[in-house]
Design a protein around this ligand. Structure first.
Ligand SMILES: Cc1ncc(C[n+]2csc(CCOP(=O)(O)OP(=O)(O)O)c2C)c(N)n1
Length: 314
């Protein structure tokens, strides 16, 4: 694998990490409101999967979706503006953190309903097949969502109709504060694929290259018309479930996962890059985020009158 590929993946992951760190700070300062669910620690999943996709492939996301949109090619300025509730935001300031939307890069939305994005991606996969295109649809969701009926219904239909559908489970071990052992009848979510006669893959979700390789093989099967694949990425979120919930997880657990920080894991593959390259990337990312905050801060809030004009009266 070309060294530059690792470097670009590292850049994308750092962009997500630093974006989330900035979002956390702005949230505490009252510049971002509503609920925010941070993606810190899970960056390798979004980047590894989206690296295997084309711009015209579709993705659906979750309540924890900033990283998915950034990895799929979302505009960082419009994302920041959306979080700050401005009309220059990617959902014109009406959606906020969980309802970002950017069809120009194939991003069919975050979703406040756990499991809600899975059926939307199923529709996109059906559409791709119906139109005779070789596009694929990917849905990201947590292990908590894999206990929802919609997950099972969608895998069944995707398998039955051999749709180009890739279900990516981000198993970060907790659904809000509930550990996976207390909510889920199986240890590995991937084994649920066998109920639908489709491949199920388990991958280290903190290793971006491994995620990329798994996604690449799933995408080629889907493009060739061979039907859906379920990929389970074992990972961990480094922040509490959301901005307002206390972190009740065992302290040592977080420290164990910190030793497997996805940014450090990929760095080990970049043997020839020296510190200068990393410093330059860090500076580029910092500038991009500062510019995004400046852009968002300089934009106006949508007015209630305009909202009624656009959506009609209630
Ligand atoms: C249908 C539905 N049920 C419950 C909730 C409340 N809720 C929001 S996030 C969440 C946990 C989801 O866990 P998981 O799917 O594993 O994703 P993670 O937060 O770990 O990324 C819950 C229960 C919701 N938003 N929608």
């Amino acid at each position: 694998m070309n060294e530059n590929v690792f470097i670009e993946m590292y850049r994308k992951m750092l962009r997500i990490r630093e974006f989330e760190i900035a979002v956390k700070k702005l949230y505490r300062e009252g510049m971002i409101f509503g609920a925010i669910h941070l993606y810190i620690g899970e960056e390798a999943v979004a980047v590894g999967v989206c690296e295997a996709l084309r711009a015209d492939d579709c993705v659906t996301s979750t309540h924890r979706g900033h990283g998915h949109l950034l990895a799929k090619g979302g505009d960082i300025k419009k994302m920041m503006a959306e979080l700050m509730g401005r009309e220059s935001g990617c959902s014109r300031g009406y959606g906020g953190s969980m309802h970002m939307f950017d069809p120009a890069c194939g991003f069919l939305g975050g979703n406040g309903i756990v499991g809600g994005g899975i059926s939307i991606a199923l529709g996109a996969a059906f559409s791709a097949k119906y139109r005779g295109s070789d596009g694929v649809a990917v849905t990201f969701f947590g292990e908590g969502a894999s206990n929802q009926g919609t997950f099972h219904e969608c895998l069944n239909l995707a398998a039955l109709w051999k749709l180009p559908f890739i279900a990516v489970c981000e198993n970060n071990r907790y659904a809000a504060t509930t550990p996976v052992e207390k909510s889920t009848s199986v240890e590995d979510i991937a084994v649920r694929s066998s109920a639908y006669g489709i491949p199920g893959i388990i991958v280290d979700g903190n290793d971006c290259m491994k995620v990329f390789e798994s996604a690449k093989s799933a995408v080629s099967l889907a493009r060739e018309g061979k039907g859906p694949v379920l990929i389970e990425c074992k990972t961990y979120r480094m922040e509490p479930h959301c901005g307002i919930i206390a972190d009740l997880r065992p302290k040592g657990e977080r420290e164990d996962w910190k030793c497997r920080d996805p940014l450090e894991v990929i760095k080990k593959n970049i043997s020839e890059a020296d510190d200068e390259i990393f410093e330059k990337i860090a500076l580029d990312v910092k500038t991009e985020i500062e510019e995004a905050i400046e852009f968002a801060s300089g934009s106006s809030f949508p007015t209630v009158e305009k909202m009624f004009m656009e959506f009609g009266s209630l």
